[in-house]
Design a protein. Structure first.
Length: 175
């Protein structure tokens, strides 16, 4: 059975973060999701802001990310990590990847999980930034991410655990 294509645009851009959630993930290529804008307005379980590919319908708005092939058995683990049905919905979208349009699944914030006055924790933004750089996303896009304000996570254990993962990375094999 074919592996589904998953579009990652937030903390799952970071290779080790995604590998810990879905060991079968294999990088397919960089991609663009048109008609959407990256926003940090989804309330996470920890109360901080997480990424959302917010649908604007405007063709000039683009969320950059990467597409992975993921084994179906791992998709359930990814659903749990993404708080499916409570924080995010899994949706089908069309992205441009390697010069072609491809159907993918991704996660978008549920309306009741959107809060506009939140900020991400510094370690979460670090996952997004390091992942974007590692994946070779456009410089202007990465510069925009670098201007996002963040908060220091006061939970020292959570901060240390995430920083240990964030500061490491392993390259993905292409499939």
């Amino acid at each position: 059975m074919a592996r589904p294509y998953y579009f990652a645009y937030g903390s799952n851009l970071h290779p080790l973060r995604l590998r810990l959630r879905t060991p079968s993930a294999r990088l397919f290529g960089r991609a663009q999701l048109r008609g959407h804008r990256l926003r940090f307005h989804k309330r996470g379980r920890d109360g901080s802001a997480k990424c959302d590919a917010w649908r604007t319908g405007r063709s000039e708005d683009v969320v950059h990310g990467v597409v992975y092939r993921v084994a179906r058995r791992d998709r359930l683990d990814l659903d749990r990590a993404e708080d499916l049905g409570r924080g995010y919905d899994r949706v089908r979208r069309w992205v441009s990847v390697n010069g072609r349009t491809r159907a993918v699944f991704t996660y978008v914030a549920r309306p009741e999980a959107i809060v506009d006055d939140l900020m991400p924790f510094d370690w979460y933004l670090g996952y997004v930034l390091r992942g974007a750089r590692h994946q070779g996303l456009p410089g202007a896009y990465v510069s925009g991410l670098d201007r996002v304000e963040s908060l220091r996570d006061e939970d020292g254990g959570r901060r240390r655990r995430n920083r240990r993962v964030m500061l490491r990375s392993r390259p993905f094999r292409r499939r």
